[in-house]
Design a binder for this molecule. Structure first.
Ligand code: B12
Ligand code: SF4
Length: 635
């Protein structure tokens, strides 16, 4: 009878086809003796109780667990229970969170609990082969850490695989056949990264670049699209760095035309060669594949750029944003707060500069300290203080203080991020803010600061939950941000309109007629999450003449004085030439589906935030503004 390996990925991502399990299992199973003697059972879950119960009940000979910063808390507790039950259980942990961290995750009490350091293919195969020996000795397996007689031992690192083609295609496996086309599917065409950003574990841990051949990329992609997979995530660290990436994009475009898939692609854009990135995005866009193009800026601050050992060309990024905006391709500018070297004021100025440069979306990530990064050793040098996430399932360590930023300033930075995300990113005051900034009436930084002040001043007198979300800031997870997106764009639009009105009418510029017209324009422009959910506004319009409201559109007369401002701000979304305009909200929205639990709807609304071009309305001429043919002469 075959022995069993239970391969565990503790994760919420049950609808994702992730790579570690098919990679490791199929690579190992190329060895005939392993294929003959071992059976592999996949297991995914995020409930600690269920995972622990199932692990105990499964009676597997070996437990193999994939460990990341977001699941390691759960892994530790599940593994502890299994080992208390049977201290001799054979367990192998692998993944970026545990690699080279034996002292933290192993225990002298459990000699069969081992860690695979780094790339797992060769290590996992050799580990299973060793277990087939009459007297297995972990010292024979390169890449392992383990305890022996109370001493922590770490063997020399294993050899890296030569080429990604050495791993059998994960899209030939039974696992892939079993998943449905709604799965979020990952593909890796290049492994490792040539850069060494000090906060990132790829920089230190995985240096040797390996590629998948063109033939293999194409055959893998064909398997994916023939299955009708809608969402593809290319996990390469630098998509666009290699000429081969453009070929891949062209092939994907061809696939979309022939098979109608994929609909959407995620990828990490290279830090170099924006020209090629633009070409890639253009090819995908023309084929009708949506993407939210990552623009990996991380900071505009020179000191911070130096401290994280990064080199980048800001002008090239801004050129790319402009190129994508002109095509109506969604992109998001990544920023990390608070990186060492950057002050709160410099951060605010940088965000304002990006708004002024017409960034489509600005996504600010918390600065997280990861294992196996150079930044871990620079805590004292940069005055870093951290807190762990409140979620016991993960071990995310957030930086909350640097030499330049106090605890309090860190939080104020997050308030500013939230204000920017609502007023600019979610388009609540997008056009108004642009007008105010361009005309030196109120600059972005001051507008966001004043919005923060306004919201925090309401905390004691209002029970509108938005004020609490704002106060908490969103740095420890996206829950607040996602809830705001959902409420502002769907479930509490009227309440948000009222709040925006109260804020705007408290500003000195409320006496500026142009600003007030644009405030009304913003109200009707704000995107909807679901199709056919446009309803007449409770707001009493003073400047826009609302002619009609349908399930998908507002029909209105636009005061000629703002036509140019509106057209410039809306870019490709404005095609009108008269002042009688249909604001058509029927874009990429899907119908509201009440069978989806509200928590999941909230989580999914993040995607709407990330792709405004796909969801913002189109402003086009009303039908009745088109010249009608002259009436037929009376007979
Ligand atoms: C896809 C991805 C995601 C997805 C989620 C993926 C998922 N749920 O599976 C999304 C976009 C949601 C995501 C989010 C985040 N991510 Co991410 N993500 C990745 C990415 C791009 C690919 C992961 C992957 O599948 N790789 C392919 C597999 C085959 O490679 P691998 O994971 O390294 O596995 C190999 C070895 O580690 C080992 N191995 C792995 N498991 C096992 C198990 C056993 C038994 C053995 C023997 C070996 C082994 O063998 C494998 C093959 O060689 C990586 C970067 C990268 N290119 O790998 C970052 C990465 C995993 N993410 C990272 C981080 C920090 C995050 C965030 C925290 C970012 C943030 N600040 O918000 C968030 C948190 C997510 C959350 N849930 O809270 C870090 C993780 C560091 C860590 N210590 O865990 C990485 C490594 C990026 C980096 N370079 O720093 N991420
Ligand atoms: S942040 Fe990106 S470019 Fe920098 S080392 Fe990590 S993967 Fe490479």
């Amino acid at each position: 009878m075959k022995k069993t390996v239970l391969f565990v990925l503790p994760d919420s991502t049950v609808v994702e086809y992730s790579l570690p399990m098919p990679y490791l299992v199929q690579y190992a199973a190329q060895d005939a003796s392993i294929a003959e003697q071992w059976e592999f059972v996949p297991y995914k879950n995020i409930s600690l109780e269920k995972t622990t119960d199932d692990l105990l009940r499964s009676n597997a000979d070996v437990y193999a667990l994939s460990c990341y910063v977001w699941n390691i808390g759960l892994v530790k507790r599940a593994v502890q229970t299994v080992l208390e039950h049977n201290p001799a259980t054979k367990i192998i942990l692998g993944g970026p969170q545990v690699s080279w961290q034996g002292a933290k995750y192993l225990s002298a009490k459990y000699e069969n609990l081992v860690i695979c350091n780094g790339e797992g293919e060769n290590v996992f195969r050799d580990y299973l082969k060793e277990l087939m020996q009459p007297a297995p000795n972990y010292a024979n397996v390169k890449g392992l850490s383990f305890y022996k007689k109370g001493v922590l031992l770490t063997n020399q690192n294993a050899d890296l695989i030569e080429s990604l083609d050495d791993i059998p295609s994960p899209f030939d496996s039974e696992l892939f056949n079993a998943c449905n086309s709604n799965f979020f599917v990952y593909i890796e065409t290049v492994r490792s990264c040539p850069f060494t950003c000090t906060y990132c574990s790829s920089g230190m841990a995985r240096k040797k670049l390996r590629k998948l051949s063109k033939a293999r990329i194409e055959s893998d992609l064909l398997k994916i699209v023939q299955k009708g997979v809608k969402i593809l995530n290319v996990i390469d660290d630098n998509f666009g760095l290699f000429p081969q990436d453009l070929e891949t994009a062209k092939f994907l475009a061809q696939c979309k035309r022939e098979y109608g898939a994929p609909h959407l692609i995620y990828k990490a854009t290279t830090k170099q060669n924006m020209q090629r990135t633009a070409e890639i995005e253009d090819v995908l866009h023309q084929a009708g594949i949506s993407s939210a193009v990552e623009i990996p800026l991380q900071t505009l601050n020179d000191a911070a750029v130096k401290n994280i050992s990064r080199k980048h060309d800001v002008d090239a990024y801004l050129w790319l944003v402009d190129f994508l905006n002109k095509k109506g391709i969604d992109s998001y500018m990544e920023y990390i707060w608070p990186l060492p070297g950057e002050t709160l004021d410099a951060f605010k100025q940088a965000i304002a500069k990006l708004c002024r440069a017409n960034a489509n979306v600005i996504l600010v990530y918390p600065f997280v300290l990861l294992h196996n990064t150079e930044m871990q050793n620079d805590r004292i040098k940069f005055g870093l203080e951290t807190v762990y996430s409140d979620n016991p399932d993960d071990e995310i360590e957030y930086v909350v203080k640097t030499n330049e930023v106090s605890h309090e300033e860190n939080l104020r930075g997050w308030h500013f991020v939230m204000a920017q995300a609502v007023l600019y990113g979610m388009r609540a005051l997008f056009i108004t803010a642009r007008y105010l900034d361009t005309n030196n009436i109120e600059h972005y930084q001051s507008l966001f600061d004043n919005f923060v002040k306004f919201t925090l001043s309401k905390l004691d007198t209002s029970d509108f939950p938005f004020y609490q979300y704002m106060q908490s800031g969103c740095f420890k997870g996206d829950k607040e941000l996602n809830t705001i997106i959902y409420e502002l764009l769907y479930s509490r639009r009227d309440d948000y309109d009222a709040m925006l009105l109260e804020f705007a009418s408290s500003r000195p510029w409320w006496s500026d007629e142009q600003a007030r017209i644009l405030f009304e324009v913003d109200l009707v422009n704000r995107e909807y999450i679901y199709s056919s959910t446009v309803v007449p506004k409770r707001y009493n319009f003073k400047y826009l003449e609302i002619l009609d409201t349908t399930a998908d559109s507002y029909l209105l007369k636009l005061p000629p004085s703002v036509t140019e401002d509106v057209k410039t701000a809306l870019g490709v979304k404005a095609t009108f030439n008269s002042n009688c305009v249909e604001v058509n909200h029927k874009q990429k929205q899907e119908a509201f589906d009440e069978t989806i639990p509200v928590e999941e709807r909230i989580m999914r609304s993040f995607h709407i935030f990330m792709t405004p071009y796909a969801y913002l309305p189109e402003w086009r001429d009303c039908m009745d503004s088109v010249a009608l043919p002259p009436p037929a002469p009376p007979c």
